[in-house]
Design a protein around this ligand. Structure first.
Ligand code: NAD
Length: 493
């Protein structure tokens, strides 16, 4: 059972870790409550507050399972992922509901993400049947030279709360299909969702120890994964501050690591853009999921000729967006995921004003008294933003758009690149020359023309440039690069 039998109220589950094929309460017996960000007094679950001893047990289980697991064929491992995909899909309503109650995104988005999780599992299930190497002409005519790939061993997965299904699944599925075993530390904020995913792996019949889940504080279990000598590779998605430390710790002990971190993603509106489409993309890319996507649009760089027209159209639409509980079918924009996020967003709204930007709309608590107990912020649009301001430089991770005026497309691209981040960037234009220039000159791992900045396709490589990433790529067939090591084989009769 994902939820401990010791729970006193089945409506408020007490969550267990999953170690060696069994649900285990944390050794300390301690758990921490998690609340619904739409109604902060509502407790949605009690997440394990695990210690290093729990992690040690999970690593030992993953180690014990890995030799038998790697000996299975890719097709055999893939067959289990297909089963997990079916189970995840069949529980879409339950998982979507848990996600909305834990981190606030709308139910439609939460179910959509769960369906995407199933699609990712199926994609990697199929990867179990794909070629993994090349035959290379040897200098010796009698020899056969080729490459093959070996799994890393035990992979540690550290994932954030903002995509609590898609991100862990796009890490765990390739790790498994290429023959690794896994120790996963989900964000404690989304512990119920995590335990439901784990239940799907359990019911799919993965051998004991192949996937383990330990929930606890980042500084204890996350840092523990980075440090653990029994973990051969660490894959992390989250903030830059934490990611850099995880990477340095893994590097210091010689473990392979992969970091996907924050963004400060620009959309450029060229003078020849279709402004209606550009407004919709700015709103969808910047404000869906309450702006809490790593690929969310944050800087809106508009060429002078169309600046005022675009701004007026944007404001008209932003003011119609309905803020509310994500469980309500009419809600377009849920709450910030936690008190911490809420306070961060309000802090940036204050800072934006102090530094001289003009808040045109939003950036405050909604008037509706039924939302008074939630972490709601109305979507904010700042005008007169310059690239020196904090709201143009630092990742806010909330429903805040910063309008920046550019003389022309050249200056717009310069402004877009004037950031330490390089995750995603978008341009709206009807001119092919503009599009090509943007694609060539923009420093971002995901470059989109006439499409919003958010939007990741599971079959394509995903990752950032500059400070957004460790320069590795996830998803699609790129995933094999992290989860395996190349072996070059030279064979002579
Ligand atoms: P976070 O860095 O606070 O936490 C991410 C994970 O790291 C969580 O599991 C957390 O418990 C763990 N952690 C916390 N402290 C740790 C420590 N000292 N050592 C090891 N692990 C630790 O990030 P978050 O607030 O959960 O997520 C939001 C961030 O994630 C944003 O910066 C966002 O841009 C980024 N993100 C990036 C991508 C991407 O693919 N590039 C995708 C989604 C989110």
């Amino acid at each position: 059972m994902a939820f401990s039998e010791h729970t006193t109220n089945p409506e408020i589950p007490a969550i267990d870790n999953y170690i060696g094929g069994e649900w285990k309460p944390p050794i300390s017996g301690k758990r921490k409550p998690g609340c619904n960000p739409a109604r902060s007094s509502e407790i949605v679950g009690h997440a394990p507050d695990s210690e290093r001893a729990d992690l040690d047990k999970a690593v030992a289980s993953a180690e014990a399972a890995r030799h038998a697991w790697r000996k299975l064929t890719g097709a055999q491992r893939g067959a289990l992922l297909y089963k997990a995909a079916d189970l995840l899909e069949s529980r879409m309503d339950e998982i979507g509901l848990a996600m909305t109650r834990e981190m606030g995104k709308t139910l439609g988005e939460a179910k959509g993400e769960t369906a995407r999780g199933a699609a990712i599992l199926r994609y990697y299930a199929g990867e179990g049947m794909r070629p993994v190497g090349d035959v290379i002409p040897a200098t010796d005519a009698e020899a056969l030279m080729f490459t093959t790939r070996a799994p890393l061993g035990v992979v540690g997965v550290i994932s954030p709360w903002n995509f609590p299904v898609a991100i862990p699944v796009w890490k765990i599925a390739p790790a498994l299909v290429y023959g690794n075993t896994v120790v996963w530390k989900p964000a404690a904020e989304t512990a119920v969702t995590a335990s439901l995913i784990m239940a799907c792996f359990d019911e799919a019949g993965l051998p004991a120890g192949v996937v383990n889940m330990v929930i606890g504080d980042g500084a204890v279990i996350g840092q523990g994964i980075a440090e653990h000598p029994g973990i051969h590779g660490v894959t992390f998605t989250g903030s830059n501050a934490v990611g850099k430390r995880v990477g340095q710790t893994a590097l210091a002990r010689g473990a392979k690591y992969q970091l996907e971190m924050g963004g400060k993603n620009p959309i450029i509106i060229a003078a020849d853009a279709d402004l209606e489409l550009a407004v919709d993309a700015t709103i969808s890319g910047g404000l869906r999921s309450t702006g809490q996507k790593c690929t969310a649009t944050s800087r809106v760089i508009v060429v002078r000729d169309v600046y005022e027209t675009f701004r007026a159209k944007l404001l008209d639409k932003v003011q119609t967006l309905r803020v509310g509980d994500g469980l309500n079918a009419e809600t377009w924009l849920g709450p910030c995921a936690s008190r911490k996020q809420y306070e961060t967003v309000l802090g940036y709204i204050r800072k934006g004003r102090e530094e001289g930007a003009e808040l045109l709309v939003g950036g405050k608590r909604p008037d509706d008294p039924s939302l008074a107990d939630g972490y709601f912020v109305t979507p904010a649009v700042f005008d007169r933003v310059t690239s020196k301001m904090s709201i143009a430089r630092e990742e806010i991770f909330g429903p805040v758009l910063a309008l920046i005026e550019a003389r022309d497309l050249n200056e717009a691209i310069e402004l877009a690149n004037d950031t330490e981040y390089g995750l995603s960037a978008s341009l709206y234009t009807s001119n092919l020359g503009n599009a090509l220039k943007f694609v060539q000159e923009t420093d971002a791992g995901l470059v989109r023309v006439n499409a919003e900045t958010a939007g990741v396709e599971l079959q394509a490589p995903f990752g950032g440039m500059k400070g957004s990433s460790s320069h590795s790529r996830e998803q699609g067939q790129a995933a094999i690069e992290f989860y395996t090591s190349v072996k070059t084989v030279f064979m002579k009769p």
